[in-house]
Ligand binder design. Structure first.
Ligand SMILES: [Zn+2]
Length: 244
């Protein structure tokens, strides 16, 4: 099945997971948290057809990894998928907030210079800052807001800007997540796990479990399970068509 935002390299033993990933997944976007991690991860997964490795620099660790900014920007031209990038406006990352905003803008501008890229975006406590940058700079790139945790107005604004959303089973466990998802267009929703940071009964979610969102989506959108699953698969192929 599909997992559009998974930190495959951060599981305890990613290599041991591979046979199962190959057997059970149609498509996994392995996002990375730094350009060096991207470099290593893509070597490990280069032979695996269903895994695509994205180039990223996680906003939470920007202060520690600022020496990798050049590596990030200079490699965007070689990657169709960028992530995890974005802005985190939480109190504990306040000191790097302006630097995060500058870097995210620079990343988006660079993707545009390259003709557009698919970007998996972190926007915790910074949805409007992320959307401001998307609004002023995105023409060809496709922004996917991963684990969207904004409010109703922000989801409407993201819709107006043509954003996609990747949704995890964990996000749908509460009422707030379900309400937000009900405002998103079903044609712009993709499954994700964000694992190994998300767990089910103390065990990290596995990439093939992202599809569990279908069970909740069927109730939100009043469709049957098979209709939802085939819609999610067709969304993923539409997304891939979106960039040259
Ligand atoms: Zn993530």
């Amino acid at each position: 099945m599909i997992d559009m935002h998974c930190h495959l390299d951060l599981y305890k033993d990613p290599i041991a997971l591979l046979p199962e990933v190959q057997k059970r997944c149609k498509y996994v976007l392995a996002v990375t948290t730094s350009p060096r991690a991207w470099q290593k991860t893509k070597k490990v997964f280069s032979e695996i057809d269903c895994v695509q490795v994205a180039l990223g620099l996680h906003p939470e660790i920007l202060s520690q990894k600022s020496n990798e900014i050049d590596m990030l920007l200079s490699n965007i031209q070689y990657c169709n998928y960028i992530g995890e990038v974005g802005i985190d406006g939480s109190e504990q990352y306040k000191s790097s907030f302006l630097a995060q905003k500058d870097l995210f803008r620079e990343v988006v501008l660079t993707t545009e210079k390259c003709g557009g890229r698919i970007i998996s975006i972190h926007s915790r406590n910074a949805v409007n800052d992320v959307l401001d940058i998307i609004e002023s700079n995105v023409v060809n790139s496709i922004p996917i807001l991963h684990w969207f945790s904004g409010n109703m107005q922000e989801v409407e604004r993201a819709n107006t800007l043509g954003c996609w959303f990747s949704i995890s089973p964990a996000m749908l466990s509460g009422k707030k997540g379900k309400n937000l998802v009900s405002k998103m267009p079903l044609s712009k929703i993709l499954p994700e796990t964000d694992a190994p940071f998300t767990e089910k009964r103390g065990v990290p979610y596995m990439p093939w479990q992202a599809i569990e969102i279908a069970d909740t989506l069927k109730d939100i959108f009043h469709l049957d399970l098979e209709q939802i699953k085939s819609q999610l698969i067709s969304n993923a192929s539409e997304l891939k068509k979106g960039i040259k």
